[in-house]
Design a protein around this ligand. Sequence first.
Ligand SMILES: C[S@@+](CC[C@H](N)C(=O)[O-])C[C@H]1O[C@@H](n2cnc3c(N)ncnc32)[C@H](O)[C@@H]1O
Length: 320
Amino acid sequence: MESAGFDPEDFWLLDQARLKDRHKRADARGGFKGDYAQERRELALVCSDRLRLSVGPSYAFEQINAPDSTMDYDQTQMPAAYDAGRGYRPAILAMWLDAIARRLPAEQIDDIVDVGCGTGRYSAALADRFDARVVAVDPSAKMLAEARKKPSRGVRFERAAAESLPLPGASMDLVFGSMVFHHFDDPHRAVREFHRVLRPGGHVCLRAGTTDQLECYAYVPFFPTTRGIILKSLTSRAFIEATFEGAGFRLISHELIDSEAGESWRHYADKVALRADSILAQLPEDDFEAGLAALRRYAAAAPPDGPVIEPVDFFVLRSA
Ligand SMILES: C[S@@+](CC[C@H](N)C(=O)[O-])C[C@H]1O[C@@H](n2cnc3c(N)ncnc32)[C@H](O)[C@@H]1O
């Protein structure tokens, strides 16, 4: 849904102007101590307003939609590239485990299902952190094969989809899902399954990308055609909350948590180049190559220090 009035080059110019300004301020103070995340948010606001103006009110910021992003990871190159393309430093994983633990009664968490565990980015870490048993499920044999290569004390892997969990009713204390909600073939059925397998009062923790944050995702300005793919593939925050509430859950909290997507713009560009992302995987080859070239140009001009930050929607829900 690219519009005639919108020029993606604006992002580049805006960012350049901001970078120059940031350098000036940093020199004046003897080193940059700014808030990168805040900078991106401000920039995104300016850019999303422009986009809203140029596309009109039908632009789906308030969209309540079901996702259309079913993807068989076994038919892609993503499993082998996933950890290099999407992994993060131990400090970032620790930050996420803290965020998860902060919202839960940790002493009551003995059994966890990591739904759509992929290469197990969280599975063993959750088992360690909560001293719990983890059942890590994913429909992709290749993603599970990558996960099984890692030390995974306390983790049992199962090949299954969220819509049909191989677990008895009332057997889990926590359903954890990271970057998977938009892949469910039938989100309503998946969420009913979560309710079935949870013990009374059990929790769901969900990390997700949403259409609401579209303009804050770091690669979007460089790959403008991802906008249409994101709008079709991800869901809105409202849709996620409504789906859970309709299946007997109560929303405990929703936060936007700033997370590091790359240690620097150069590091980020190297990760993006691996294309271990279901949105980038859907781009036509030419769009991907052009976007990567623009991102690399930007990364070459950006200061080498300072992480690339993106907001992640983080939901905690309780089975009512
Ligand atoms: C972006 S990866 C996320 C992996 C992992 N949770 C993480 O954060 O690193 C999405 C995963 O969802 C899995 N997936 C796709 N459809 C699914 C479904 N219906 N139920 C459960 N998982 C699914 C994919 O196979 C893939 O491994």
